[in-house]
Design a binder for this molecule. Structure first.
Ligand SMILES: Cc1cc2nc3c(=O)[nH]c(=O)nc-3n(C[C@H](O)[C@H](O)[C@H](O)COP(=O)(O)OP(=O)(O)OC[C@H]3O[C@@H](n4cnc5c(N)ncnc54)[C@H](O)[C@@H]3O)c2cc1C
Length: 173
């Protein structure tokens, strides 16, 4: 297992909760275990498991990202992980745990409202409808990255930087 998605029965609720400001009770999530392909990332043959859960951003004021919330989410995730074949005893084997909440994303990475994935991919914010690379109203102001055209994901962001370079070169002619 390197990457795995765990979909709970109430997957639709899980998706909707992020837009209604609620935390999932039975969270669906994404698991990534980098040590499956690169053992040098952990000492003594250890294993790293990264779990990503979809939660509301900080525009929703109802959630206090304190220890109680973190522990509650941790317990819900561990409960689900224990149901996966091979991970039944995971709780007894945890050596180190770290968490990244929307507060951390906001404070450490200056991410707007602590949103991990930038601008939502709604219809009017997708592809051409995302903010453009070049601002029409201010000369020589360019944007690059996940929240602008063409969109998110490392390969697309790299493409976006290439497009910006092309725009700049064009404007210099
Ligand atoms: C959990 C997760 C898993 C993902 N998995 C994948 C994947 O498997 N494959 C994939 O292709 N994409 C994945 N993505 C998406 C991908 O990481 C992003 O689309 C991409 O990193 C966006 O690149 P960016 O340069 O726009 O922004 P970022 O990578 O967020 O870089 C922006 C940088 O600017 C810094 N910054 C912010 N404000 C300032 C400031 N005022 N001054 C100076 N620096 C500042 C930030 O700290 C940050 O380092 C994932 C994203 C997340 C959150």
């Amino acid at each position: 297992m390197s990457i795995m998605f765990i979909f709970y029965d109430n997957f639709k609720d899980n998706i909707d909760y992020a837009f209604t400001g609620k935390l999932p009770i039975e969270p669906s999530f994404y698991i990534y275990s980098p040590t499956q392909i690169d053992q040098s990332m952990a000492i003594n043959n250890g294993e790293i498991i990264n779990v990503v859960v979809r939660v509301p951003n900080l525009l929703f004021k109802g959630i206090e990202w304190d220890n109680h919330t973190i522990e509650t989410m941790r317990d819900r995730i561990i409960k689900t992980l224990k149901n996966i074949k091979g991970l039944e005893d995971i709780e007894d084997n945890i050596e180190f745990v770290d968490y990244l909440t929307p507060i951390d994303l906001k404070e450490d990475y200056n991410s707007y409202a602590g949103a991990a994935f930038g601008l939502s991919p709604t219809l009017t914010q997708t592809n051409y409808f995302r903010p453009h690379l070049k601002l029409d109203t201010i000369n020589n102001l360019y944007f690059v990255g996940a929240s602008v055209h063409p969109g998110p994901g490392v390969s697309i962001v790299l493409l976006s930087s290439k497009l910006v370079v092309q725009e700049i070169l064009k404007s210099e002619k």
